[in-house]
Design a protein around this ligand. Structure first.
Ligand SMILES: [Zn+2]
Length: 475
């Protein structure tokens, strides 16, 4: 009986090995099994550069498993998936043969610059003759990078090789990076390098996705102006989640690194170490055809999710909200109003507005207070606009984000100020305060001009700065 069971088991194992009918990738039916229909147009026209990493001559591997062969199979699967969904896919390596590292980087950078060229050609067609200068420069940059493809010894002229993070980026590549920081590139392109991992002990397992960032300590002397960090973080996160789920791998999370495949271009991208081929369990899956397809589907879905996410957030955030001039000065108004206590009585009142108006009318010197303090909107002149802003502040029309900051410390010392008040009344305080409440009304005609601007400022003030703050890191 026992013997018979063993024979059956052995026969099943044989079948599994011989015909691959049984897979180490056994999962309940899920989306990673098949090739589901594309989400509507998400990938149409998107450009994805897939890098299968090192070729056969420099491949990692173990127990008959060959990393370069796995990575090539992956990029071919993913390419097919993406093309079925309308994307345009480029491979840095499409055979088992190695393609020189910096030739691959020049290839990717020049593909990105091709997109930048389209932008300036469109500008030129719409009559912007300045665009020709950009086109000429980009043509020059592309020609320089092409020389690395033709002659590998020229890589030192443009790239960080021999590898050293203590030397700054070369001028040509810096210009390339700057040109790549444009929506034509970062909204439409991805660069993904696919690998399998290894460690000495064979114990490590799981999926890691690497990305490059300005906060990576080693890059501080090289280049710290990479674009779109949040995009890279999202991409890396979603790749890691999908691949680990599809392959049943442990998700080791994302990690910063300065691998050349994510360092020598400024296209949103990631380097994915799908799993450890040095680990027997991981390796069995990496070698398995079913697993490979599931991993490729996972990478495809992560790419699709990435573009879908940014297409959605782009339609939610309407561009026209970026409004004209007045924003900068108004943004700081509450803070500056704080310093506008021109009569130094511990609170900003209509008396201070009156002082500004009198000064503007050359009726009064602003004694003891710097003129800059009265220039509340920081437009270089002390005028009725500043008075208006003070009055708006007093009337709480200008919102103050953090009340604590604008509490006036003198208020707590109120008892002390009582004494001077008994002295002061005759001289200044009552005079300025009483007319103060009237004067804005009487001088209303002066404040009418700025009033026409107020609706804009009052509307845009709470919104625009917030929008900028949100969109800046997200971009
Ligand atoms: Zn590798």
């Amino acid at each position: 009986m026992k013997f018979r069971m063993k024979r059956i088991a052995a026969a099943l194992l044989c079948m599994a090995l011989l015909c691959g009918a049984m897979s180490v990738c056994v999962f309940a039916a899920d989306k990673y099994d098949g090739y589901p229909l594309a989400q509507a147009d998400t990938l149409k026209g998107k450009i994805v550069i897939l890098d299968a990493g090192h070729g056969i001559e420099n491949s990692g591997g173990a127990e008959g498993y060959v990393e370069s062969e796995f990575a090539l199979a992956e990029v071919l699967f993913v390419k097919q998936n993406l093309e079925n969904r309308g994307a345009v896919v480029y491979l840095t390596r499409s055979t088992e043969n190695d393609v020189y590292t910096y030739a691959r980087m020049s290839y990717a950078n020049n593909l990105a610059l091709d997109e930048v060229v389209k932008k300036y050609l469109a500008q030129l067609e719409s009559g912007n003759t300045d665009a020709q200068k950009n086109l000429d420069e980009i043509t020059g940059l592309q020609a320089e990078l092409q020389t690395v493809i033709d002659d590998h010894s020229r890589d030192t002229l443009y790239y960080n090789t021999p590898y050293s993070m203590s030397s700054p980026i070369k001028d040509v590549l810096r210009r390339v990076f700057e040109y790549e920081n444009t929506p034509e590139v970062y909204e439409n392109m991805l660069f993904i390098s696919i690998h399998s991992n290894a460690d000495d002990t064979g114990a490590a397992d799981g999926t890691t996705v690497y990305y490059m960032s300005n906060s990576f300590a080693d890059s501080q002397n090289y280049y710290t102006n990479y674009s779109n960090e949040q995009r890279k973080i999202n991409l890396a996160t979603w790749l890691g989640e999908a691949v680990s789920e599809a392959g049943g791998f442990r998700n080791r999370g994302l990690a910063l690194n300065d691998f050349y495949m994510i360092r020598e271009h400024n296209i949103p991208g990631a380097l994915i170490e799908t799993a450890f081929h040095s680990n027997a369990g991981d390796r069995a899956k990496l070698a398995d055809e079913t697993c490979r397809k599931r991993i490729a589907n996972a990478i495809t879905f992560a790419i699709e999710d990435y573009f879908a996410y940014y297409m959605a957030s782009e339609t939610i955030t309407p561009e026209p909200e970026i409004t004209p001039e007045p924003t900068p000065e108004i943004t700081k108004a509450p803070e500056l109003v704080y310093t506008a206590d021109l009569d130094a009585d511990g609170s900003v009142t209509s008396a201070d507005a009156l002082a500004v108006l009198k000064h503007a009318a050359h009726l009064e010197l602003l004694e003891g207070r710097a003129l800059e303090e009265a220039d509340v909107n920081r437009d270089g002149a002390v005028d009725s606009r500043d008075a208006l802003m003070i009055l708006q502040y007093v009337a709480k029309l200008i919102p103050v984000e953090n009340e604590d900051i604008y509490e006036f410390p003198v208020v707590t010392e109120a008892p002390e100020t009582e004494t001077p008040e008994t002295e002061a009344p005759g001289t200044e305080t009552p005079e300025t305060e009483t007319p103060g409440t009237e004067t804005p009304e009487t001088e209303a005609p002066e404040t009418e001009t700025p009033e026409t601007e107020t609706p804009e400022t009052a509307d845009s003030q709470p919104e625009t700065p917030e929008m900028d703050e949100i969109s800046a890191p997200a971009a």
